[in-house]
Ligand binder design. Sequence first.
Ligand SMILES: Nc1ncnc2c1ncn2[C@@H]1O[C@H](COP(=O)(O)OP(=O)(O)OP(=O)(O)O)[C@@H](O)[C@H]1O
Length: 309
Amino acid sequence: MQAITTHNLTKKYGKKTVVNHINLSVKKGIIFGFLGRNGAGKSTFINMMTGLAKPTSGSFEILGHQESARKDIQRKMGVLPDYSSFYENDTALDHLTYFSKILQLSLSKEELRQTLIKVGLEDAANVKIKNFSFGMKKKLGIAQAIMNQPEILFLDEPTSGVDANSVLTIHALIKEIASTGTTIFLTSHNLDEVEKLCDEVAIMNKGVIQTKGNMDQLRAQYQQNIAIYIKHSILSENQQIDLKKELSFLAESSNITSTYSELFVKDEKVIPEINRILVNNLIDVYRIEVDQPSLEEIFLHLGEDRESA
Ligand SMILES: Nc1ncnc2c1ncn2[C@@H]1O[C@H](COP(=O)(O)OP(=O)(O)OP(=O)(O)O)[C@@H](O)[C@H]1O
């Protein structure tokens, strides 16, 4: 089942088309990363999902509900906006109590405390928000977003401006929430974070989805080679030539030297075969390192495509 399906979803501001006929589907239960440069249209897309903006044309379903069934969607949805606002004189517990009432969740104090425990703010339940660090405010924002035990959670930049320790806690929290089956739709400018957390990624550019898939699919699509670095026993010149020839069927390119070789391959599935060739040639391997292209490299590569287009 899909958590989100959009059909030619479009948003225009005046004459400017900010979201342009997007057909996107997001599987239920995954962590989905939504990327794009500033101004690509991500927030506008999310605002339509969360009910803050109306599509100009097209439609979408969330968890099987049409956009018109906003109340049903809202009940199952949690949202951490890019910037949450708080009454600085409220405590964490006051804040959750207030939103629990607004959302008509009728949660007990104990249930609210449990939510604070989940996000690691148990000791701050009665502390005024004005004394919170930025990271604590993000965690409180997440607590607010998960109070209703949502089936789908939108997290807009959950770790931007947050200190390294809190980043780790928030990452662990996101994984824990996802492990209960909640679909997570996450935007972040931190590509490393997206690569670590997300099962699938979509990259938006100028209002359209430029690419979508898991990391393996993105690597294959953008033909980013995997680099393999091997430190091995000393090879004579003839051995180097023979090895290069044998590996030429598996590697896109290679650089074989007497003690150290670099290979560039399309698919990591060839690594065991490379290993076998080394063993058959009685070459001792002291170290082998595999360097997969990062999401950052793919993202930059997409940028090159865009600029040369
Ligand atoms: N309410 C609005 N009225 C007019 N133009 C808007 C409005 N909201 C967004 N835009 C324009 O739409 C384009 C896309 O903006 P959007 O905020 O969706 O991008 P984004 O990908 O979320 O960028 P960022 O990563 O900087 O948040 C921008 O050119 C922006 O100026």
